[in-house]
Write a protein of this length. Structure first.
Lengths: 325, 291, 413
C-alpha cells in the first residue's frame, strides 16, 4: 500500500513537471494579448484556488472571506513599493506573510465556529476588512493607490506591454501552490487535516490537535492568497478596496476548487481553466450587449457543474476518489 | 446630541430592525428545516420587488393590495426552486455542504442577470402609494408610514409562522427537522414538506419585498445589501430560531443606527459586524441557537 | 502654425486619396459598465455614443462642426466611425483588459470612457502603454490628469472645476438676493467620487469662510439612510451639498422627508441627482433641488443644436439628454473632429490634432466656452452651470445670463 502511494505520488510529480514545461514554452507562440490576459488570470486564480483548497478542501473549512488576505497582500506589497520604495520582487513575499498572519488572526476567533456559522463569519470578516480599507485614508481609502509605471525589470516586476513575463510569474505562483499541496498531501499534516475534515470527533480521539491543525492550514492558505493578491495588484497597476477586497473575490477564489474538485491536487487548476476563461470571454463578448446574458451564463454554469459533478470536474478524468490518499 | 435625536435614531433603528427580521425570517425557516443556507435569498426579494413594480405600473394596484398576489407568486417560485435544484443538491453524494452553497450562489448570479435582461439596469421606484412620503408624528418623533406598515406586517408574519408551527403541517415540519429519516416511517413525505418549507421561506421574503417596494428603489443589485444583513441576522439569532431572528433583527437595527451616530455613518455596518462577532465568541451558535 | 497646417493639410490629402478607394472604418473603443452596479448609467452612455456616431456618420446637420457636408469624416474619404463597446463591470481590472483587447484585437485608434474614476485610472494606464489617445468623457476625479500622462484627454470638467462653479454660484446668489448661505453640510458616499468631491468642497468652503455644519461620509447603497438624515436635520445647515449616485439620492430625500426635514437649499454634485430615475423615484421631493451640471438642456437659444441632438437621443433612448450623456456625445464629437483634422487614423496623428483642438463653444452642444486642452490633457474651457428642479425638470438658473428661470432661494427667509 505504502509503496503504491509513493509510486503514485511520484507519477503525479512527473506529470506536473511535464505540464509545467509545456506551460512555460507553449504561450510563447501566442501573440494575442486578450488570450494571454485570460491565461494569466486563469493561472492566477488556479493558484489562488489551490491556496483556498488547502483550508477549504484538505481541511474542510468553507472560508468565504479570502478576499481579505488577497487584499492585504496587494495593499502591503503596493504600499511598501509606493511609500517605502521596497521593490515588489521582495514586497510580494511580505504581502504574502501579512496575508498568512491575517489568516491566523481571523482563524483564532472563527475556528470555534462550525459549519454555516463559520462560513457566514468569514463573509463578515471579509466585509469588515473591505469597509476598514475603504475608510482608512492612510492606505488611500476609496481613492486607491496607483502603482507608478516603472522601467520594465525583474526587480520591479513590471514588464510594460510584454505579457509573457507576467505569465511566467503567475506560472511560478501556480507551481508553488501545487507543490505545497502535494507536499501537504504526503505529510503528517495532510493526514491530520483530512481527519479533521472527515470526522472531528474521530480525529480528536486519534490525538490530532484540531485547533492547531486548522490554524496551520489557514496560515499557509493565507500566505499564498496574499502572495497572489500582491501579484494581481502589480498586474493591474491600480488597487482600491473594490478591486482587491470586494466580497466577490472570496467567491471567485473558492469557486474553481469547488467546481474542479475539492481536496484534490488537480481540481483547482481544472476549475480555474474552465471558469475564468468562460467568465472573462463571456463578459467580453456578451457583456457589450448590456443585457446581463453573461451573468446568466456564468450563473447557470455554476449550477449545472455543481449539480452534475458534485465531486468536481476532475472526476471526469477518472482520477482517484475524492479526498482519499 | 439632543434627546429628540436619540429618540428619532432609536425609532429609525427599531423600524429598520423589524424589516431586517422580516427579510431574515424566510432564510431562517429554510435553514432550520434542512440545514441549507439560501445564498439567493436577496435575489428572491429583488424579484418580489420587481413584481410589485410591474403590477403597479400596469394596473396602479397599491403595493398593500398586492401582498397576497406577490407572496403567492414567490411561494410557487420557492417550491419550483426546491423541486428543480435544491432537491438535487441535497441528493448528491459528495460535498453536500459546498454544492448547496454554490448552487444557490449560482442561482443568485443567474437571477441578477435575468433581471437585467428583462428590466435593464435602471433604478425604479413605486411612487404615490397610499402610504408613501407620509409620517406619523409622535411628540416630535417621526414614524414613516411605509416603514411602520412593514414593521406591523413583520410582526404579523412572525405571528403567522408561530401559528403555522402549531398546525398539523407545522408539527410535520418540526418532526422533519428533528429526524429526517424517521419521519418517512410515520408516513410523512419528506420531499413534500421540504418543498412547502421552501415555498413558505420564499413567500416570507416575498412579503418583505412587497413592503420594501413601498419605500425603497428597485434594481438588479438591490438584494445584495439586504441579504448580507439577513445572513448576519440569522446567524446572530441562531440558525433555525424564529424568535432569534426577530431579536437579532431588532438588535442589528439599533446597533446600526447608533453606530452611525457615535462613529461615522460609513462605518455603521462595522458596528453590526463587530457585535455579531462578539456574540459568537460567547455563543458560537447565536443567541438562541441550539448548542 | 501655417507650416504645421500645411503639413497636416498635405498629409490629409494623401490620406484622403488613399481613403477614397477604401474609406476604412475608423474603430473607436468605448468602455463602460454595461452590467452590474453602474449598468444604468453605462447603458445610457452606450445610447449616447450611438447617437453621436450617427451624427458623425450620417449627417452633421445638427451641429456646426467642420466635418464637411457628407456623411463620415470627409478628410478621410468619408470614412465612418465604428464603435466597439466593451463592458467594464465597473471593475478596474476588467476595464484594463477590455481596453487592451479593443486596442490590439479590434484595432481601436482611440478609447473613450468610462464613468467611474477607478476604471478611468486603469484604462489610461493601458492607453499610455499602447500609445493611443484616451478621451475621458465623464471621469471626474481631479487626480486623473495629474499623473503626467501623454495620451490622456478629458473633454469635461473635473470635480475641482465643478465644485468651484458651485461655490461661485453661492457667492453670486448671495450678492443677487442679499441672503448669503451661512453654513454648508457635506453628505457624500464612501467612494472615490464622494471622497474627491468632499475634499474639494471642504477646501472651498474654508476658503469662502463657510462653516461646515455636518461632514457625513455614508456607506453607498445602504439599506437605510434614516440616521444620516437625522444628523443632517440636527445640523440644519443652510445648504446641503450631496455627492451621491441615483439610489442614495432618492433614499436620502425620502429619509429627510420622513422625519419632517426639508433643507433650505440642496446643491448637488450632479451624479444621481441628474438621472431620470432619480426624478421618477423622488417625485415631488426633488422640487427645488439644485445641481451643478455641465449641460443645459434649456440653453437652446445659445446652442440651437441642442433640441436637434436631443431629438435624436430621445428617439433612440426614450429620455432626454442629461449631464452625463451630453458629455459623452461631446467627447465623441471632439474626438471625431480631431481625427478628421488629423486626416489620419494613426493614433499619433490623432494625438497631435487633439492637442491642437480649439473648438469654440458654439460648435458644441454644451454651454461651455469651448474645448481646448492644457498640457495635462484637461479641457480648461468647460465651465459648469447650476440647475434647479421646477415641476420635475431641471432649468438652468446660473450663470445668470444663461438662466432660463430665476433661482428660487429659500436661505435666510
Amino acid at each position: 500500500m505504502e509503496n503504491f502511494i509513493t509510486r503514485r505520488r511520484r507519477k503525479e510529480l512527473i506529470v506536473a513537471g511535464l505540464l509545467l514545461a509545456v506551460a512555460v514554452f507553449a504561450p510563447m507562440a501566442i501573440r494575442d494579448v486578450t488570450a494571454l490576459n485570460v491565461i494569466i488570470l486563469s493561472l492566477l486564480f488556479a493558484g489562488l484556488a489551490q491556496a483556498w483548497n488547502i483550508i477549504g478542501g484538505y481541511c474542510g473549512q468553507i472560508s468565504l472571506g479570502h478576499a481579505v488576505y488577497f487584499g492585504m497582500g496587494s495593499y502591503v506589497s503596493t504600499l511598501l513599493y509606493v511609500q517605502a520604495g521596497l521593490p515588489p520582487s521582495a514586497g510580494i513575499f511580505i504581502g504574502g506573510a501579512v496575508g498568512g498572519l491575517a489568516a491566523l488572526l481571523v482563524g483564532w476567533p472563527c475556528f470555534r465556529l462550525s459549519g454555516h456559522y463559520y462560513a457566514i463569519a468569514t463573509v463578515v470578516v471579509g466585509e469588515i476588512g473591505y469597509l476598514l480599507f475603504l475608510n482608512w485614508d492612510y492606505v488611500g481609502g476609496a481613492t486607491g493607490v496607483y502603482i507608478p509605471i516603472a522601467k520594465p525589470s525583474l526587480i520591479n516586476l513590471q514588464f510594460g506591454k510584454d505579457k509573457l513575463p507576467y505569465l511566467h510569474l503567475v506560472l511560478a505562483f501556480v507551481a508553488a501552490t501545487w507543490l505545497a499541496a502535494w507536499l501537504i498531501e504526503g505529510s503528517r499534516w495532510g493526514y491530520a487535516w483530512r481527519a479533521v475534515k472527515d470526522d472531528v470527533v474521530a480525529a480528536r480521539s486519534l490525538g490530532v490537535n484540531i485547533f492547531a491543525s486548522k490554524m496551520a492550514a489557514s496560515a499557509i492558505s493565507g500566505f499564498f492568497t496574499g502572495l497572489g493578491g500582491a501579484i494581481y495588484g502589480l498586474y493591474v497597476g491600480y488597487i482600491d478596496p473594490d478591486s482587491v477586497m470586494a466580497g466577490h473575490f472570496s467567491i471567485l477564489i473558492a469557486l474553481p476548487t469547488v467546481l474542479g474538485g475539492v481536496g484534490t491536487l488537480w481540481g483547482p487548476i481544472l476549475g480555474a481553466a474552465l471558469l475564468i476563461p468562460l467568465k472573462e470571454l463571456s463578459s467580453s463578448y456578451l457583456g457589450g450587449s448590456g443585457r446581463g446574458v453573461d451573468l446568466m451564463l456564468y450563473g447557470a454554469m455554476i449550477i449545472v457543474v455543481a449539480l452534475a459533478r458534485p465531486q468536481g470536474l476532475v472526476s471526469l478524468f477518472g482520477g482517484r476518489k475524492h479526498g482519499a490518499p | 446630541m439632543t434627546l429628540e435625536t436619540v429618540l428619532q435614531v432609536a425609532a429609525g433603528g427599531l423600524l429598520m430592525g423589524l424589516i431586517y427580521a422580516l427579510v431574515a425570517a424566510g432564510l431562517s425557516l429554510i435553514f432550520g428545516l434542512m440545514d441549507v443556507v439560501n445564498f439567493a435569498h436577496g435575489e428572491l426579494m429583488m424579484l418580489a420587488m420587481y413584481a410589485v413594480f410591474v403590477i403597479w405600473q400596469a394596473s396602479g394596484l397599491d403595493p398593500m393590495l398586492q401582498l397576497p398576489i406577490v407572496a403567492a407568486m414567490l411561494f410557487l417560485g420557492g417550491m419550483a426552486i426546491y423541486r428543480g435544484m435544491i432537491a438535487r443538491a441535497l441528493g448528491v453524494q459528495f460535498n453536500r455542504g459546498m454544492v448547496q452553497i454554490f448552487v444557490t450562489f449560482g442561482l443568485a448570479i443567474f437571477i441578477r442577470g435575468a433581471a437585467q435582461f428583462v428590466w435593464g439596469g435602471e433604478f425604479r421606484s413605486v411612487t404615490n402609494t397610499w402610504l408613501s412620503d407620509r409620517s406619523l408624528n409622535l411628540a416630535g418623533v417621526y414614524f414613516p408610514l411605509p416603514q411602520l406598515a412593514a414593521a406591523a406586517v413583520c410582526l404579523a408574519a412572525f405571528a403567522g409562522l408561530l401559528l403555522i408551527s402549531r398546525t398539523e403541517f407545522g408539527k410535520a415540519l418540526e418532526a422533519t427537522r428533528e429526524d429526517r429519516e424517521a419521519v418517512a416511517l410515520i408516513g410523512i413525505d419528506r420531499d413534500r414538506i421540504f418543498a412547502l418549507g421552501w415555498g413558505l421561506g420564499a413567500g416570507a421574503v416575498g412579503i418583505a419585498g412587497v413592503m420594501l417596494a413601498g419605500f425603497y428603489y428597485v434594481g438588479p443589485n438591490v438584494g445584495a445589501s439586504f441579504a448580507l444583513i439577513a445572513y448576519v441576522t440569522v446567524a446572530l439569532g441562531g440558525f433555525g430560531s424564529m424568535g432569534g431572528a426577530l431579536v437579532a433583527g431588532l438588535l442589528i437595527g439599533e446597533v446600526e443606527a447608533f453606530t452611525a451616530v457615535v462613529l461615522e455613518p460609513s462605518l455603521k455596518q462595522i458596528g453590526v459586524f463587530g457585535v455579531y462577532l462578539l456574540v459568537l465568541m460567547f455563543r458560537p451558535r447565536g443567541l438562541f441557537g441550539k448548542l | 502654425m501655417k507650416r504645421r497646417q500645411f503639413i497636416i493639410g498635405t498629409g490629409a490629402l494623401a490620406a484622403a486619396s488613399r481613403a477614397a478607394q477604401a474609406a476604412d472604418d475608423v474603430v473607436i473603443g468605448v468602455v463602460y459598465p454595461l452590467t452590474g452596479n453602474g449598468a444604468a448609467v453605462g447603458l445610457d452612455a452606450k445610447a449616447a455614443y450611438e447617437v453621436a456616431a450617427k451624427i458623425i456618420n450620417d449627417t452633421h446637420a445638427p451641429i456646426g462642426v467642420a466635418m464637411g457636408k457628407g456623411g463620415g469624416l470627409d478628410k478621410l474619404g468619408g470614412a465612418k466611425i465604428k464603435l466597439v463597446f466593451a463592458d467594464s463591470q465597473n471593475d478596474p481590472q476588467k476595464a484594463r483588459a477590455e481596453a487592451e483587447r479593443l486596442i490590439t484585437q479590434d484595432k481601436a485608434v482611440a478609447i473613450v470612457g468610462s464613468y467611474t474614476s477607478a476604471t478611468g485610472a486603469t484604462i489610461s494606464q493601458v492607453t499610455e502603454r499602447y500609445e493611443v489617445p484616451y478621451i475621458s468623457a465623464d471621469n471626474s476625479s481631479p487626480s486623473l490628469n495629474q499623473r503626467g500622462l501623454k495620451w490622456f484627454f478629458r473633454t469635461g470638467p473635473h470635480d475641482e472645476m465643478f465644485t468651484k462653479g458651485m461655490f461661485d454660484f453661492l457667492a453670486d446668489v448671495a450678492k443677487k438676493t442679499g441672503k448669503p448661505a451661512k453654513s454648508v453640510a457635506l453628505f457624500y458616499e464612501d467612494s472615490i467620487f464622494g471622497t474627491d468631491s468632499s475634499n474639494v468642497q471642504r477646501k472651498l468652503a474654508a476658503a469662502a469662510g463657510l462653516p461646515v455644519a455636518a461632514d457625513i461620509r455614508y456607506r453607498a447603497s445602504s439599506p437605510s439612510l434614516s440616521t444620516e438624515a437625522q444628523k443632517l436635520k440636527a445640523a440644519n445647515a443652510d445648504v446641503l451639498l450631496p455627492s451621491s449616485y441615483t439610489s442614495d439620492a432618492i433614499l436620502i430625500l425620502k429619509a429627510m422627508n420622513e422625519i419632517g426635514y426639508k433643507p433650505k437649499a440642496i446643491l448637488a454634485q450632479a451624479a444621481g441627482f441628474q438621472e431620470s430615475a432619480f426624478m421618477q423615484g423622488a417625485g415631488a421631493l426633488a422640487e427645488g433641488a439644485m445641481s451643478r451640471s455641465s449641460f443645459a438642456l434649456d440653453a437652446d437659444k445659445l446652442r440651437p443644436a441642442i433640441p436637434v441632438v436631443n431629438g435624436l437621443y430621445k428617439a433612440h433612448n426614450n429620455k432626454d439628454m442629461n449631464d452625463n450623456t451630453s458629455r459623452e456625445i461631446t467627447a465623441l464629437l471632439v474626438l471625431a473632429d480631431a481625427i478628421n483634422r488629423a486626416g489620419s487614423a494613426k493614433p499619433d496623428d490623432i494625438r497631435k490634432a487633439l492637442i491642437a483642438t480649439d473648438m469654440p463653444g458654439s460648435q458644441t452642444i454644451m454651454p461651455w466656452a469651448g474645448v481646448k486642452f492644457d498640457e495635462t490633457g484637461q479641457n480648461t474651457m468647460c465651465n459648469p452651470v447650476i440647475q434647479q428642479v421646477f415641476d420635475g425638470t431641471y432649468k438652468t438658473v446660473w450663470p445668470f445670463d444663461l438662466a432660463a428661470k430665476d433661482v428660487v432661494w429659500n436661505v435666510g427667509s
